[in-house]
Design a protein around this ligand. Structure first.
Ligand code: HEC
Ligand code: HEC
Length: 308
């Protein structure tokens, strides 16, 4: 008994120490943050469109200018529980007190100003690939939006997902600023499209299947996935079987701009919001996204046939 206990206790201590160390939140390098120029709110408006912040942070069902009031309160249903998006307007209840450094740490590292790990339902696993200048511009733009006092409710999560510390381990596995794909001889348009899709556009967060602990399976990048709510699928947007091989670059850019597919179906569900956001993106950027989607590896559908 005594020997067993004297063996087990140090193991728990070492294990606990390793957990504490490995799950610690991380921060953007202070020297890199200090080197960023002042933000340009006008450019930040495009970044806001690319990043699709309004999809999740405008009040549920908000239309037109109301999509610029980032009151939060949107329920995101996932296999881990329901996340309720926070108020990120420039107010006391929102992020009015945040510095540029605070926003950069949240978006690039998933770390809040009080040193907590944020949940990846906030798609910082994609935003981690964003350029610091884009975040500075976005910061300047967010400051110009209307403040609101709305207090969004708490997340509805069971154990162990309600423990933020444990996310540090998850982030070690799935948070990386490296590009997803290596594309040989990419044109400038393809490179720009890669930045937009893999970074701010966070297309993979919906269009790529996830493993049981919620990490993206990048070996099936953009191959389509079961919808996180558990019902229906998100389509394959590669050139593989079931995907969009028959769409031209023009078709893709037009669909992003107008919401119409080549068969004149209109894009619905959560993609309808993406289209609203894309209206604030430069036309050349929508074309760049299309060029990238035509240049990526083709995969068959990333969800079982029976799901459709
Ligand atoms: C897919 C939905 C989604 C999108 C898109 C999204 N967010 Fe969020 N965001 C969330 C969720 C959910 C949280 C809560 C995370 C948590 O509690 O750990 C959050 C948290 C945040 C926070 C932390 C707020 C706080 O009080 O701790 C900031 C800042 C933020 N988001 C900014 C943005 C910006 C800027 C964009 C656009 C570039 C954006 N978000 C896009 C879902 C989203
Ligand atoms: C919040 C989840 C979400 C995000 C983020 C998202 N999509 Fe979608 N996307 C969908 C859903 C859902 C559909 C299916 C819409 C429908 O059937 O009406 C879709 C459909 C599409 C289609 C049409 C495919 C077809 O076969 O009809 C294209 C193209 C597309 N998305 C491209 C993109 C690109 C590019 C991005 C990133 C800029 C993106 N999506 C980001 C959810 C998302």
């Amino acid at each position: 008994m005594r020997t067993a206990a004297s063996l087990v206790l140090p193991l728990i201590l070492v294990g606990g120490g390793a957990f504490w160390f490995l799950s610690a939140p991380s921060y953007v390098d202070a020297a890199k943050l200090a080197a960023v120029g002042p933000g340009d709110a006008q450019r930040g408006m495009s970044v806001f469109g690319q990043g699709g912040c309004a999809s999740c942070h405008a009040a549920p069902g908000a239309k037109g200018d109301a999509r610029l009031v980032l009151a939060g309160g949107v329920n995101l249903v996932t296999p881990f529980g329901t996340f309720v998006t926070p108020n990120i307007s420039p107010s006391k209840q929102g992020i009015g007190g945040w510095s540029f450094e605070d926003l950069a740490n949240a978006m690039l590292k998933g770390t809040s100003p009080d040193g907590q790990n944020l949940y990846p339902a906030f798609p910082y696993t994609s935003y981690a690939r964003m350029q610091l200048q884009d975040i500075a511009d976005l910061y300047a733009y967010l400051k110009t939006l209307p403040p609101t006092d709305n207090v969004a409710g708490p997340h509805k999560l069971g154990f162990p997902f309600n423990i933020r510390r444990g996310l540090g381990l998850w982030k070690r596995l799935y948070l990386s600023p490296e590009p997803v794909l290596t594309i040989a001889d990419a044109s400038d348009a393809i490179k720009r499209g890669q930045y937009l899709v893999e970074g701010p556009g966070h297309c993979g967060e919906c269009h790529t299947p996830r493993n049981p602990i919620g990490g993206l399976d990048n070996s099936q990048w953009l191959a389509g996935a079961k919808a996180p709510e558990g019902k229906g699928v998100i389509p394959n947007i590669t050139g593989g079987d079931g995907g969009i091989d028959s769409w031209s670059e023009k078709d893709i850019a037009y669909a992003l701009e107008s919401g119409f597919t080549p068969d004149f179906d209109s894009l619905g569900g959560s993609m309808a919001d993406v289209v609203l956001n894309m209206a604030h993106v430069e036309p050349a950027d929508r074309e760049a996204i299309a060029a990238y989607l035509k240049a990526i590896p083709a995969h068959p559908n990333g969800y079982p046939a029976a799901t459709k």
